[in-house]
Write a protein that binds this ligand. Structure first.
Ligand code: LER
Ligand code: MN
Length: 270
C-alpha cells in the first residue's frame, strides 16, 4: 500500500512540506502547479532529497477544454512537458481535470450537444497526448469531479467511455472518493468497473475531512480494490479537522489497519 499526500501539509515550502509528510509516515507527495511552473525537476528532487518520499503524481494544465483554440493547443503542449517532468521525477502520472465549472462553449443543440462537443475535443487532445504516455510510461489520470465543481466529467463510467474512444496510450482514471460519494451509485461497483483503467486514487471522506471521519465505507471500498488487484497510489486530498499532524497520523493509521484487514499479509507500519 502506497499512501501519498496532496493536502493538508504543514510548512511554507516544498522542503518543509516534504519533511512533514515523511515524518507523518507518508510514502509520496503529489505536486500541484504551485511547485511546477518556476522549478526544474532537478530542483524539485533536491528539495525532497533524504525524505524517502516519491512524487506520486503531478497536476496537468487543467485547460484541455478551453474555448480558445490557441489556449487548447497550449494546454496540450503544457501536458506534453508535464509528462516529461513526471518521467524525470519518477511520478506515475499527470492529473487532468478537463474543465472546471459551467460550460464555456456556445450551445448549438441542433447540431451537437455541449457535452458531445467537449467529449470530441477531449478525445482529440488525449490522442495527441497518448504518444507521450507511450514514450515515457507516464499516465494521464482523468479525474471526474462532482457536479458542483464541473458540468462535464462527473462519473467514472464517462471517463471509461472517453478512454475507450481514445483507444491508445496510457490514459487512466483518477478515482476521488469524495467526488464518487456524490456521483456514483456505489463506490465499490464503480471501482470494479474501472478495473483495467484505474491508475490513481484521491482519498477524503464524504465531508472532505480525513478518511474515517465521515460516512464512506472504506472497508468495502478497500475490498473492491483488493478484488481488482489495485496497487497504485492512495493519496490524501482532504482538510484537517483539528491539528493537521494528529489528524493525518490517525487517518493514515485507520487506513493502514483497514488495508491489513482486507490484505492480511501486508505490513502495518504505525
Ligand atoms: C478538486 O475537488 C479535486 O478533487 C482535485 O483533485 C482537482 O485537481
Ligand atoms: Mn481529487
Amino acid at each position: 500500500m502506497k499512501i501519498g499526500i496532496r493536502w493538508p501539509l504543514k510548512g511554507k515550502n516544498l522542503r518543509e512540506r516534504a519533511e512533514f509528510a515523511h515524518k507523518v509516515g507518508f510514502d509520496g507527495i503529489e505536486l500541484g502547479p504551485e511547485y511546477l511552473s518556476a522549478t526544474t525537476s532537478e530542483q524539485i528532487l533536491k528539495q525532497i532529497e533524504g525524505t524517502n518520499l516519491s512524487v506520486s503524481a503531478i497536476v496537468g494544465s487543467l485547460d484541455l477544454l478551453n474555448p480558445d483554440p490557441n489556449m487548447r493547443k497550449n494546454a496540450i503542449e503544457i501536458d506534453q512537458r508535464r509528462i516529461l517532468i513526471a518521467a524525470e521525477l519518477g511520478a506515475s502520472g499527470v492529473i487532468e481535470v478537463p474543465v472546471f465549472g459551467p460550460p464555456r462553449f456556445p450551445n448549438v443543440p441542433e447540431v451537437i450537444s455541449i457535452y458531445d462537443l467537449e467529449r470530441k475535443l477531449l478525445v482529440h487532445a488525449l490522442k495527441k497526448l497518448a504518444k507521450s504516455t507511450e514514450q515515457t510510461g507516464v499516465s494521464i489520470f482523468l479525474e471526474p469531479l462532482n457536479r458542483y465543481e464541473t458540468h462535464f466529467l462527473n462519473r467514472i463510467s464517462q471517463a471509461i467511455e472517453i478512454i475507450k474512444e481514445v483507444g491508445a496510450g496510457q490514459i487512466m482514471i483518477l478515482a476521488d472518493f469524495f467526488h464518487m460519494n456524490i456521483e456514483e451509485e456505489s463506490i465499490e461497483r464503480s471501482l470494479k468497473e474501472a478495473r483495467e483503467f484505474l491508475g490513481y486514487i484521491h482519498l477524503a471522506d464524504s465531508n472532505r475531512l480525513p478518511p474515517g471521519t465521515g460516512h464512506i465505507d472504506f472497508q468495502k471500498a478497500f475490498k473492491a480494490l483488493k478484488t481488482i488487484g489495485y496497487d497504485g497510489w492512495l493519496t490524501f486530498e482532504c482538510e484537517a479537522k483539528g491539528d493537521v499532524e494528529k489528524d493525518m497520523k490517525d487517518a493514515r493509521y485507520f487506513l493502514k489497519n483497514l488495508w491489513s484487514k482486507v490484505n492480511p499479509s501486508s505490513d502495518l507500519r504505525p
